[in-house]
Design a protein around this ligand. Structure first.
Ligand code: DP6
Length: 352
């Protein structure tokens, strides 16, 4: 079994957030359920090639042209190599695997490259190893790379149920509605492209252990997930907008309440918050909703009717040098290339 398989996947943005891991093993089991939309691969995506060949002596991963260190105790690389190893053993393969992954957006900037990267990788390996795993199994495998990656296995509107099993078999994502259900837009304001100081993997453990507000978040987040799903099913934008903004604020409050405090939003992020509230009060209803992940970049969800205005509002709030992009809701990962042999011109990008 040798060849190169290339898959593309998009990141997702959570409207009800995952924050806090209930285990400190390698399973990425969340304390609460979450709800997200998968973004469109035309705007943001990770493209991942996997090359399988007996001549590859050691599994290796390149991200955006850089070999990821597997000898240092790099947590993420260790998790990825663990999933690669397990998928190879499911396919009875002893070949070496070379993973080459590229993002068209800055990694580590709060745009979840690990979500799209994890989803693209397990999708490509499933093809390369002819495993024929279903989406639920792929979601469980992607979750082990990065929690939020389990949601990027599906397009459209997605729920990740927390599950209760200690082994994580019941903690996976599922589609609530396809992208065509409701044409929402995510206006992304890139505030900073630099890496975050506290990784989400570290934050997921620090906050539940140290924040006194966290306990109340858990009940709220579970309720928010149910209400967000109802709002999505009923296409009730105002309801969804209010849940989205409140849930983001609540998560960031527990981050700040952690010890030592974890601060991801910066002054520019808060300018977007103010500008969105100002826009909503001008209309006398919620026509846009901000949400922030583990970084300062703004995601503002809106409908096509208000898209241009939201882009202007976000651009003005961020000021000079800001980058604003808009993404529709997109589909699940897809296979975009397949070569049966490694002896090919396509080896070139692998010789980094
Ligand atoms: C704030 O899935 O990036 O974006 O499992 O450690 O890779 P790891 O964490 P990750 O955490 C995402 C946190 C969040 C909220 C969300 O996407 O639900």
């Amino acid at each position: 079994m040798s060849g190169i398989y290339t898959a593309a996947a998009a990141p997702n943005i959570a409207l009800v957030k995952y924050w806090g891991r209930r285990d400190d093993s390698d399973l990425n089991l969340p304390y609460n359920s979450s709800v997200s939309v998968t973004l469109h691969q035309d705007t943001v995506k990770t493209v991942t090639s996997v090359a399988l060949d007996p001549r590859i002596k050691r599994d290796a991963i390149y991200v955006d042209g850089k070999l990821q260190d597997s000898t240092r105790s790099d947590e993420k690389v260790r998790l990825i190599l663990g999933v690669v190893r397990d998928m190879k053993s499911m396919g009875n393969s002893e070949d070496g695997v070379l993973v080459v992954s590229r993002n068209n957006f800055p990694a580590g900037s709060g745009l979840a490259s690990s979500a799209s990267g994890g989803a693209a990788l397990v999708f490509a390996l499933n093809e390369a190893l002819s495993l024929h795993l279903d989406d639920t199994s792929l979601s469980v495998l992607a979750r082990r790379i990065s929690g939020s990656a389990c949601r990027s296995i599906f397009g459209g509107f997605v729920r990740w149920k927390r599950g209760t099993s200690p082994g994580g078999e019941d903690s996976y994502a599922e589609q609530i509605a396809p992208p065509s259900h409701w044409k929402l837009i995510d206006v992304i304001g890139i505030v900073s492209a630099s890496r975050k100081k506290v990784s989400s993997s570290a934050g997921h453990l620090i906050t539940p252990r140290t924040s006194t507000l966290y306990r109340s978040r858990l009940e709220l987040a579970e309720r928010n997930a149910e209400s967000a799903i109802r709002a999505i099913e009923e296409k009730d934008f105002e309801r969804l907008a209010e849940i989205t903004m409140a849930d983001s604020n609540n998560m960031h409050a527990t981050m700040l309440d952690s010890w030592p405090p974890i601060k991801y939003m910066n002054e520019k992020s808060w300018r977007v918050v103010d500008a969105v509230h100002e826009m909503n009060s001008r209309y006398g209803k919620s026509v846009a909703a901000y949400t922030f992940d583990a970084g300062p970049n703004a995601h503002v969800i809106t409908t096509p009717k208000y898209e241009r205005e939201v882009e202007d509002v976000v651009g003005d709030a961020l000021g000079e040098g800001a980058r604003v992009l808009a993404s529709r809701i997109g589909n699940s990962p897809k296979l975009i290339g397949r070569k049966d042999s490694l002896i090919d011109d396509s080896l070139k990008p692998l010789q980094i």
